[in-house]
Design a protein around this ligand. Structure first.
Ligand SMILES: Cc1ncc(COP(=O)(O)O)c(C=O)c1O
Length: 393
């Protein structure tokens, strides 16, 4: 076998963009394939029984590189996990089937019957179901609060509170929680903090840097980035990730090797995509704010946003993300007329894709959610301008 030592470079201290491309991957030492292969295999063969028995023990201790069965571990998924752990500044990470698996496993591994969890009252609709229905039905108490109010969080704290849970930038109201302040209070009361960072991405902010214990994502969104794979991300301390891996294995929430590979391909361009999405979002948010048809715009990059100063502190310089929400003067009819008249963004749920998506949200008082893509911003603005004109006809 030829000498491959030039590929042993340690990328862990290098910048985010370098790690997004290089870390956790390298040419295959036997085939020299440069790209991480899609390991579409269910099982792994060993030379003899003793070797196999040792591998089972190592795999069940989540030792890196040990594979016995692809519900438990898979080399493609593990390559993505090494990259995620680095990008999140975490000891370890777990890549699983979807964002909801990340939400549910992060909560189920930390909470038992009789425990209590405090959660923001603005979260993704299926996460709402966890707090309003699923967890209470299993004997776990939940209290919803406005996460922007430390007084409300303090008032909700109980002796059996084990977790404070919120989305870094909430879906859909784009409320930005004060992670360091909440983490300090939680830790003083023996609680863990779980932060869903789907709307922000680790390129802009890493909740673990600000004191959160576990960060999760719908990896489907900014990690994958191209709207072609469903994926969940969990990152944190090894001890917590071992529990996540145990639940993932036993509840069967694993990701397919192909989807893990799509996520691996997507994450390499995260810095480029997010920079452009943030630029587009800022330009569009400022433009919308000036429009006479618009009642208000929610975007953390705007000075008018309630948490703009906090965003400047928590986010890496110059980026506020790709999510913009706005409300038109009028109601449902105006929202439909505008959204229907646009020609570039599809009317669709999901977010974080390279394609701009428009999501008119009737249940949220007719709020329009824009997930800004990487198209030319002048084309997007021209499209919105013609949609405003079309509304008047
Ligand atoms: C903030 C947030 N968390 C979690 C999820 C669930 O992710 P997935 O659809 O990948 O299960 C979503 C989905 O939109 C979301 O917006």
């Amino acid at each position: 076998m030829s000498d491959m030592s030039r590929y042993n470079t340690d990328f862990s201290k290098m910048a985010f963009s370098t790690r997004a491309v290089k870390l956790g991957e390298g040419p295959d030492p036997t085939t020299h394939a440069l790209n991480t292969p899609i390991y579409e295999t269910t099982t792994y063969a060993y030379n003899n029984t003793r070797e196999y028995d040792q591998m089972i023990i190592d795999a069940m201790n989540w030792e890196p590189g040990c594979c016995i069965y692809s519900r438990t571990t898979n080399p493609t998924t593990m390559a993505m996990e090494r990259k995620v752990a680095s990008l999140e500044n975490a000891e370890d990470a777990c890549v699983i089937s979807c964002g909801m698996a990340a939400v549910s496993l992060s909560l189920l591994t930390q909470l038992n019957a009789g425990d209590h969890v405090i959660a923001n009252d603005d979260t993704f609709i299926c996460t709402d179901s966890m707090f309003n229905d699923i967890l209470p039905s299993k004997g776990i108490e939940t209290t919803r609060v406005n996460i922007l109010s430390m007084d409300a969080i303090k008032a909700a704290m109980k002796p059996n509170t084990k977790v404070i849970y919120f989305e870094a930038l909430s879906n859909p109201l784009l409320e930005l929680a004060n992670i360091p302040e909440i983490a300090e209070f939680a830790h003083a009361n023996g609680c863990k903090v779980i932060v869903d960072n789907t709307f922000v991405s680790p390129y802009i902010m890493r909740p673990l840097d600000w004191g959160a214990d576990i960060t999760i994502h719908s990896g489907t969104k900014y990690y994958v980035g191209h709207g072609d794979a469903i994926c969940g991300i969990v990152a944190g301390k090894k001890e917590d990730m071992d529990k996540i891996k145990y639940y993932n294995d036993n509840l069967g929430t694993h990701i397919s090797p192909f989807d893990a590979w799509l996520a691996l391909r997507g994450v390499r361009t995260m810095p480029l995509r997010i920079r452009k999405q943030s630029e587009n979002a800022m330009t569009i948010a400022k433009w919308l704010e000036q429009r006479p048809e618009v009642e208000f715009v929610l975007y953390p990059g705007l000075e008018s946003h309630a948490n703009h100063e906090l965003a400047k502190k928590l986010f890496d310089p110059g980026m506020f993300g790709g999510m913009v929400c706005f409300h038109l003067k009028g109601g449902y009819e105006e929202m439909c007329a505008f959204a229907d008249a646009t020609k570039i963004p599809p009317i669709a749920t999901s977010l974080g894709d390279v394609v701009t998506l428009i999501y008119p949200k009737k249940p949220y008082n007719n709020l329009i959610r824009l997930s800004c893509g990487i198209e030319d911003v002048n084309d997007l603005i021209a499209d919105f301008e013609q949609a405003f004109e079309a509304m008047k006809k």
